[in-house]
Design a protein around this ligand. Structure first.
Ligand code: GLN
Length: 348
């Protein structure tokens, strides 16, 4: 039992002995390809948003690239646009690294060290750490992600990095490679992340060398993926931890559930509440322009377009995923009266 002791740190929980049931339904939509094309066509001409110039090399991306892919838990992958174009995964890695770390250490150890609440602040906020007495609060913002990466098994940084790469590759179902140019560009311009690392060390949220932790974190952000990869990686989280294309179990089903809860609170940073309100499925974005959105038990959408909104989320990827979530009925919070559904099916 875990009732909050002093204020609103967490919600009361008293249901550990209740068997967890799963009731997600299956993806009802037959016209996935048609809807993907519809969304791609509808938003291709949108030219809002700015490139992520704070990482120099990302400021040179082609703003017209646009890809949407969807992977069904049944194993089929659908794609439209530049789905084979590789880009650095950036913050989307945080979600998968978190899953690997929860798998290794268990949910409570990671929850205690990192937390799962929204910081309400930008992804690279130093203030969020200071305001919370050094507690990173959430694994989807840089502070929490750097501390999470440090918990990846491996006695040396090289071993930790190899484990991150192998783990993310298992989610994707293929060997992912480092983008050396992005890694170099980011390593030369990541003073802020180094400051966050050192701050975390001062609060003992990082045990070893903070700059080594930031280096593994920077490498994980520089792994190359495609929109197709994102769809498959997300679908692995939608499929109880089994990659629907390779059939390999990557993490446990409980780990997927916990990871998606953490992603729902903060996957799109300070816009995460609005995102849930409008779109209704957990999603994680990265500053190179990728977003992956997960519909548990159904599948996942990977979308990519480099121009970003003010919070650092791809404008077109948000539009495309929003469209598909509505058209396919993916919103987790939506329901219709049981009777009207039965009547529609001719059984009312
Ligand atoms: N590598 C980027 C950073 O640490 C990731 C940020 C992001 O994708 N939002 O600044």
């Amino acid at each position: 039992m875990n009732y909050p002791s002093d204020g609103n740190e967490t919600i009361p929980t008293d249901f550990d002995d209740v068997v967890q049931q799963v009731s997600t339904g299956s993806l009802a939509h037959q016209k996935i390809d048609e809807l993907l094309h519809e969304a791609h066509e509808r938003y291709s001409d949108v030219d809002d948003g700015l490139l992520a110039h704070y990482i120099p090399i990302l400021g040179h991306a082609d703003p017209d690239l646009f890809a949407i892919a969807m992977s069904h838990v049944g194993g089929s992958v659908h794609e439209v646009g530049d789905c084979q174009h590789e880009f650095s995964i950036q913050s989307i890695a945080k979600m998968f690294v978190y899953a690997l770390v929860v798998q290794e250490h268990g949910r409570e150890v990671v929850r205690e060290r990192i937390g799962v609440n929204n910081t309400g602040m930008p992804f690279n906020s130093v203030m969020a750490v200071e305001l919370n007495n050094g507690h990173p609060m959430n694994p989807m913002v840089n502070a929490g992600a750097i501390a999470t990466t440090e918990m990846i098994p491996g006695r040396t940084s090289a071993k930790k990095w190899e484990n991150v790469r192998a783990g993310l590759s298992a989610f994707a179902g293929r060997q992912l490679t480092l983008d050396d140019d992005v890694y170099a560009s980011e390593s030369e311009s990541n003073e802020r992340n180094k400051a966050v690392g050192r701050l975390l060390k001062s609060y003992r949220r990082i045990e070893g060398d903070p700059l080594a932790a930031v280096d593994v974190y920077t490498r994980q952000c520089s792994l190359n993926v495609t929109a197709y990869d994102l769809a498959v990686m997300g679908a692995t989280l939608a499929d109880g931890g089994v990659n629907p294309v390779t059939g390999q179990r990557v993490v446990d089903a409980d780990v997927c559930r916990d990871t998606l809860a953490a992603v729902a609170t903060s996957g799109l940073y300070e816009h995460s509440g609005d995102w849930l309100f409008e779109i209704g499925i957990p999603a994680k974005s990265g500053v190179s322009g990728g977003i992956v959105a997960i519909a548990p038990g159904k599948g996942a959408i990977g979308a990519f377009s480099p121009p970003l909104d003010i919070a650092g989320n791809s404008v077109k990827a948000q539009l495309a995923i929003g469209h598909l979530s509505r058209a396919m009925g993916l919103n987790l919070f939506a329901s219709a009266p049981e009777k009207s559904l039965l009547a529609k099916a001719g059984r009312g």
